[in-house]
Design a protein around this ligand. Structure first.
Ligand SMILES: Cc1ncc(COP(=O)(O)O)c(C=O)c1O
Length: 357
């Protein structure tokens, strides 16, 4: 049994409810129905329940990535919006002409474009780290390129294209040594392995619900408390205000400061349910199984004639992520995608130059 407690208008209500068993009833719909069910007592009670569930989802994310406080988790529409939030809010107030933003050429464009826009506005310079001969981002080069001019490193944890897994903890250490912040694009790591923001010591980290078995339309930004507190709002209006006057407004504390307008309540609750599901299985178990699958996939693809697989070989990284980008000579990627789609149920990107399985 779970006890919901909420205090409103000075009164205190307690209500007991049947606990939702993740194993038996894992569906997002079920959690949404539960959260939005119009209570016999009142609509207000239902709204309070939805708010409770929304905040519970925030706590679940915080626990899942080991953030020290749930207020370090900001709900966004997706990872792209979370990166834009940091670029616009932190970037516009911290970057000056000639400051450097360090990225790798293997970043997802969602991590590149916001910084291009902010670099154009601030005069900051984007510096790109290339790949090694083994087709992994060159972390030794990254270390060499860091300097006091570097203000932020924007880097993926796991590459959605190369399947390489980067040593984020070390990279964060190098970046902090020159006074730079680090934003980790963890879209491909959070759903597949244990991610511990305190151990990584990342300043910012983003992920997306739809890659975590959760609904679309929701993602999150993790930011260290002191950084979020120092940042101005990204978007204005709604719950992000404290007081509004005709000529100016004061802003709520994080995370509300960054959650303008009516939030995606249902989607956030759905993400919470997805986290219950992943946690129930166990992230280490998921990761170990995926490493096995990934090696099997890589080795099996090697037997296909005229295939070109991108990214480092499994033996050359700590562990290759469970995806493969490949091309087959003289066959258009769209044709391969269509063919595979008809044969087996695979997740793939038909619009990529190579097929990603
Ligand atoms: C590594 C990486 N970063 C960012 C994104 C963008 O995520 P979203 O579409 O949820 O904003 C993706 C999506 O494919 C991704 O794989």
């Amino acid at each position: 049994m779970r006890r919901l407690t909420f205090e409103d208008r000075g009164e205190e209500f307690d209500e007991e409810e049947d606990e939702v068993s993740v194993e038996e009833t894992f569906t997002i719909d079920c959690r949404l129905e539960e959260a939005f069910a119009i209570d016999e007592c009142s609509l207000e009670l239902s709204i309070a329940k939805a708010t409770n569930e929304y905040e519970l989802a925030r706590k679940k994310i915080a626990t899942f990535i080991n953030a020290s406080e749930s207020s370090e988790i900001v709900f966004t529409r997706n990872a792209t919006e979370a990166i834009n939030l940091v670029a616009y809010s932190w970037g516009l107030s911290n970057l000056n002409p000639e400051d450097e933003v360090m990225l790798t050429i293997a970043e997802h464009h969602s991590a590149i474009v916001p910084w291009q826009v902010v670099a154009q506005k601030t005069g900051a310079i984007l510096k790109y780290v290339s790949l090694t001969g083994d087709e992994a981002p060159d972390t030794a080069k990254l270390r060499e390129m860091l300097s006091r001019k570097t203000k932020i490193v924007v880097i993926h944890h796991v590459s959605n294209m190369l399947a390489s897994v980067l040593p984020i903890r070390e990279i964060v250490g190098w970046a902090h040594d020159v006074g730079a912040k680090v934003l980790v694009d963890a879209c491909q790591s959070v759903p597949h392995m244990v991610v511990d923001v305190q151990s990584l010591n990342a300043d910012f980290l983003v992920a997306s619900s739809h890659k975590m078995c959760g609904p679309t339309g929701i993602g999150f930004l993790y930011g260290k408390s002191e950084l979020l507190f120092a940042m101005p709002p990204f978007l204005g209006g709604g719950e992000m205000i404290s007081d509004v006057y005709l000529d100016h407004s004061t802003y709520a504390e994080p995370p509300s400061r960054f959650e303008a307008g009516t939030p995606a309540i249902g989607e956030a609750i759905g993400l919470g349910a997805a986290i219950d599901y992943l946690s129930e299985i166990g992230m280490q178990k998921i990761h170990d199984y995926e490493v096995e699958l990934s090696n099997y996939l890589y080795e099996s693809l090697l037997s296909v004639p005229n295939i070109r697989i991108y990214g480092p070989k499994p033996s050359q990284t700590v562990s290759r992520a469970a995806l493969c980008s490949f091309n087959i000579e003289d066959i258009h990627p769209t044709d391969i995608a269509t063919f595979l789609d008809q044969q087996v149920c695979l997740s793939k990107r038909k619009w990529s130059p190579a097929v990603v399985v």
